[in-house]
Design a protein around this ligand. Structure first.
Ligand code: NAD
Length: 489
């Protein structure tokens, strides 16, 4: 906790100034004080004043000025890239803080957050490199009347709204790509986990980006709604639940504001009949319940050939039983708590529904008896799950996995696709080309054969109700651009 304590001291030294607007730290005008609560000790880590609509107005004005008359969108892409590399350097220098802030607020185990925090500076470096290589101006186009240049302009002022489970990485997808495109940003991180966004604002300030290019206000749902509807916002980039995504799409429709949505998932791990147990477990076990199951791409539906179900369930359950629950900072802990008390209520509600609808628990199902504080829940495995059951259809966002039997390949594909979601998935098979053919049949934004993979340099996003648009890779830059054609008849 040493690095996190250092971060908290820095934040507390600014008093109540928890918002970063126009290049300055400011105090929110909210009457309400919000608490950041440690999910494993239940102690308050930080208390701050919520941002209000008046604070949002100030941030949008600052971002608008920085976009309409400031230097940022007018720099050449390589000039912007050079600044993004400075942000990456700042973030990289603070990696221990990034990992501890993630663990301290979310409860993700430190080994995981140490491994994954490097994605944040990597995102800034990746988009910095694209600033050098991407064809922002295509001057080789010919129109019928002569020459034309097709240019990629920044989409404008972006509202970047993020959830609490992976607070910095998810924000950096948006901020790094949006800034590379030449946009300016008003970020509204989740009110429960704002510490990472403080660190990002500090890094952006230290890198010397012009005032107003990046603004940050932690706030709740109502203030988020005000931001989305603000006429000064050109584009909303949202990551969060499908329900909130739909509300945001409605709000944007009024003035045809651009939006992209990274939403929920109910991803399938499809185990083909030729797959070997030992080839499945190394990725299925960690990625069916990463961050205590609070990751959008978790492999929460496991489809097994009916005749081999016992073999896979037994092996999976014995691996899951070996996961040690406890303090996410401690060596040897394999799973931390859920992030929020209300999230534990939600997960327990789903476990109750699973039982009531006839599914059978073969592992877990309750709170661990030996942990008397923290929002812990046992890793839980259901069998006899039918595709129509609530636990097979809805995103639980906790360590709850459903095993579903299938009869033949057509049944396997139909059951994998029997979901409103389509975010991610894994296919286990002895023949990777067979896996590829199955992957082409599955209605999901990404799939991994015999493994689990999410690479920041590749597009990520959802089919169906898992979202609209892609983040990461070149596609993640395009979502912050508008195409303009200039004719030279
Ligand atoms: P949430 O939808 O409740 O909130 C996400 C963010 O949106 C928060 O900052 C919240 O304050 C804000 N918000 C909520 N309603 C809003 C509205 N109407 N207008 C403006 N802002 C609003 O989600 P959560 O509980 O914080 O996060 C969990 C969800 O996020 C899960 O569904 C998970 O699958 C999803 N998620 C998706 C991805 C992805 O890349 N597809 C990644 C991580 C999490």
């Amino acid at each position: 906790m040493e690095a996190l304590n250092r971060t908290l001291e820095g934040i507390k030294a600014r008093g109540e100034a928890g918002l970063f607007v126009g290049g300055e730290w400011r105090t929110g005008h909210g009457e309400v004080h919000l608490d950041v609560v440690s999910p494993h000790t239940e102690e308050v880590l930080l208390r701050y004043r919520e941002a209000t609509p008046a604070d949002i107005d100030a941030a949008v004005i600052a971002a608008r000025e920085a976009f309409d008359t400031g230097p940022w969108p007018r720099l050449t892409p390589p000039e912007r890239g050079a600044m993004l590399r400075k942000v990456a350097d700042q973030l990289r220098a603070r990696l221990p803080e990034l990992a501890e802030a993630w663990t301290g607020q979310v409860g993700a185990v430190l080994g995981f957050t140490k491994m994954a925090s490097g994605q944040s500076p990597d995102l800034f470096n990746f988009y910095a490199d694209l600033c050098d290589s991407y064809p922002f101006v295509d001057d080789r186009r010919r129109s019928s009347g002569g020459l034309a240049r097709v240019v990629q302009e920044p989409a404008g002022v972006v509202a970047a709204i993020t959830p609490w489970n992976a607070p910095l990485v998810l924000l950096c997808y948006k901020v790094a790509a949006g800034l590379a495109a030449g946009c300016t940003i008003v970020a509204k991180p989740s009110p429960e986990t704002p510490i990472d966004a403080h660190i990002l604002a500090e890094c952006i300030a230290a890198a010397g980006l012009p005032p107003g290019v990046f603004n940050m206000l932690p706030a709740g749902r109502e203030t988020g709604d005000y931001l989305v509807r603000h006429p000064g916002i050109d584009k909303v980039s949202f990551t969060g639940s499908t329900g909130a995504g739909k509300a945001i799409a409605h709000a944007c429709a009024d003035r045809l504001a651009r939006f992209s949505l990274e939403l929920g998932g109910k991803s399938a791990a499809v185990i083909c009949d030729d797959a070997k147990v030992e080839a499945v477990l190394p990725s299925l076990v960690p990625y069916s319940m990463p961050i205590t199951g609070q990751v959008c791409f978790s492999l929460t539906r496991v489809l097994t050939p009916r005749a081999r179900r016992e073999e896979f369930v037994d092996a999976y359950v014995s691996a899951v039983r070996g996961i040690k629950l406890g303090d996410p900072f401690a060596d040897g802990t394999g799973m931390g708590p859920l992030t929020l008390e209300r999230q534990r209520d939600r997960v327990e509600g789903y476990i109750g529904k699973g039982k009531a609808e006839g599914a059978r628990i073969v592992q877990g199902g309750g709170r661990p008896a030996d942990l008397n504080r923290g929002f812990f829940i046992e890793p839980t495995v259901f069998v006899d799950v039918e595709p129509g059951m609530t636990i097979a259809r809805e995103e639980i966002f906790g360590p709850v996995v459903s095993f579903i039997d299938y009869d033949d390949e057509a049944d396997m594909i139909a059951k994998a696709n029997a979901s409103d979601y389509g975010l991610h998935g894994a296919i286990y098979t002895a023949d990777p080309e067979h896996g590829y053919r199955v992957a082409r049949e599955l209605r999901s934004g990404s799939l991994a054969i015999n493994s689990m993979a999410v690479d920041i340099e590749m597009p990520f996003g959802g089919f169906k109700q898992s979202g609209i648009g892609r983040e990461g890779g070149i596609e993640g830059l395009k979502t912050y651009q508008e195409t303009k054609t200039i004719y030279f008849p």
